[in-house]
Design a protein around this ligand. Structure first.
Ligand SMILES: *[C@@H]1O[C@H](CO)[C@@H](O)[C@H](O)[C@H]1NC(C)=O
Length: 495
């Protein structure tokens, strides 16, 4: 019992000792009572340069993960400046609202029909005036909003290769959606600017269209038929969309290949995909990569998101991707499609379990998401977190600062830096089975500025809205998803 608590929350047993130390050394700066040391400068964008070289391990499926707008990203640079913090947080809010809508659709009254799309999805033949004929017809035809997300905030990218010979593309990866796609030639009217050359299926000897009569075509949430070829459509919550032929080709992940991988060859695409060539869906739905390649990888993958935008993490597939020291919690699979549900049961601040009734977490349910930036909690869980955190920060002498965008609990770190670092009270998320995410120092605060560092959590509107563990809090952990074992895991210090 005590051992479990200690492994779950590294601050607990340290606390009495540190209190003693702090009391003894009253003159010591804020750094003296540190439990989590935050390197302030490293979190302030824009990071100057890429710190970490790209490492390749021959024979593996391990791909480097970088922040889309960071200095290590092949997409960063001249074309399009990195979005501001307020833009990122506003987009994050749109993604969360979209996830909430999808969740209530799939669990609620309106269970939508799949497959039959009473709308003409025609790749390569844009209708004249409407900027988004898919989007408008979607409304009138009451088409399901397909598996997807507001990828505007899908902040992390990986290199994949498609076709024979293999062409390399940098794509967003997203556990909040299923169907993969890339922009495809011929893509004339509705294509956005991307960094890599656009995929040309006629140059790949292994490319094939999927026929409308194929069962794979009916796996799609939104599909249609043109000349016997299956047409897919994915519309995202912010009006972004991609439409094209549903196709198959060889997918290369680092040094490994998945033959006959099914993806959308997008000839009409619009949205804020920011130079990425497309998207790799890692959800639980039948069209996602981990489900398609289940026999090969056992439905198992793991990623690590780096602490700063100048760092590198990884995305890896197969049982070998799991870290031996991962703390596991059950993957809850009865809650509808796509998303990865876990059972959050509690929150610790400064080593103390907050007093939050278990029903608060069980009512809302919790999704683990790679694309949401800021963790969203039921108001009845967020309030105790906020007040405990404010108290712990006040005890360390931090002054409050004005709220920032969706973040209402901010502090002025000016003058508190001790050799560039500040001390923070530890925050831990506790899950069923005792698994615990001791949030890395880089994931406790969201730094708009040194004078405005905000608790990187926010409240949902209502206790019935699903909670979402966002990517800020996942940083530096190897986050494991195992569809075979129905488990999710966290291993610290992985990147
Ligand atoms: C796929 O379908 C499109 C549209 O009908 C066609 O132009 C293309 O040649 C097809 N590709 C293959 C490899 O069959």
């Amino acid at each position: 019992m005590a051992a479990a608590a200690a492994s779950c929350c590294h601050g607990c047993w340290l606390l009495p000792l540190l209190l003693l130390l702090t009391a003894a050394a009253g003159a010591l700066g804020a750094g003296g009572s540190s439990l989590e040391l935050l390197d302030v400068k490293s979190l302030l964008l824009p990071a100057a340069s890429c710190h970490t070289p790209e490492e390749q391990k021959p024979g593996t499926t391990r791909m480097p993960v970088v922040h889309r707008h960071g200095p290590c990203s092949p997409l960063a640079g001249k074309q399009g400046k990195a979005p501001s913090h307020t833009e990122i947080l506003a987009a994050d809010q749109r993604r969360v609202e979209y996830i909430h809508r999808r969740v209530s659709e799939s669990t609620g009254r309106v269970r939508r029909k799949r497959g039959a799309a009473p709308v003409e999805l025609r790749p390569g033949a844009p209708s004249s005036t409407s900027p988004s004929s898919l989007s408008s017809s979607t409304k009138s035809a009451n088409l399901p909003v397909s598996s997807g997300s507001v990828v505007d905030t899908g902040n992390y990218v990986v290199p994949i290769s498609l076709g024979t010979p293999a062409e390399r593309f940098t794509v967003i990866f997203d556990t909040g959606s299923d169907t993969a796609w890339v922009q495809c030639e011929p893509c004339v009217v509705y294509c956005y600017q991307q960094k890599d050359p656009i995929f040309n299926p006629s140059k790949s000897s292994t490319y094939a269209n999927i026929s409308c009569s194929s069962s794979y075509c009916s796996d799609l949430d939104v599909s249609s038929c043109t000349g016997g070829h299956c047409v897919y459509g994915v519309e995202y919550g912010d009006g972004s969309f991609t439409v094209g032929f549903y196709a198959q080709d060889t997918l290369t992940l680092a040094y490994d290949t998945v033959k006959g991988f099914r993806f959308g060859c997008g000839e009409r695409n619009r949205g804020l995909f920011g130079e990425a060539a497309g998207l790799l869906g890692l959800g639980r739905g039948s069209t996602s990569l981990p489900v398609q390649a289940y026999d090969k990888y056992g439905g198992s993958f793991a990623y690590c998101l780096p602490a700063t935008s100048a760092g590198r993490g990884f995305l890896d597939f197969g049982r070998g991707a799991a870290a031996a020291n991962a703390r596991l919690t059950p993957m809850l699979t009865d809650n509808g499609p796509t998303f990865y549900y876990v059972g959050m049961t509690g929150i610790k601040v400064d080593g103390h379990l907050l007093s939050i009734p278990g029903s608060v977490f069980s009512t809302a349910g919790t999704i683990l998401d790679s694309g949401t930036v800021i963790t969203r909690l039921p108001p009845s869980a967020y309030e105790p977190l906020r007040s405990a955190f404010v108290k712990a920060m006040a005890a360390r002498g931090y002054k409050k600062a004005p709220s920032y965008s969706i973040l209402d609990t901010c502090f002025d770190l000016t003058g508190h830096q001790h050799q560039g670092k500040v001390a923070l009270p530890p925050v831990s998320l506790v899950f069923q089975g005792g698994a615990c995410l001791d949030v890395d120092a880089s994931g406790i605060l969201y730094l708009a500025d040194v004078s405005q560092a905000c608790l990187a959590f926010a409240a949902n509107d209502d206790d019935t809205d699903v909670a979402i563990v966002g990517n800020t809090q996942q940083k530096t952990y190897s986050v494991l998803y195992d569809l075979g074992k129905k488990a999710v895991g966290f291993a610290p210090g992985a990147c």
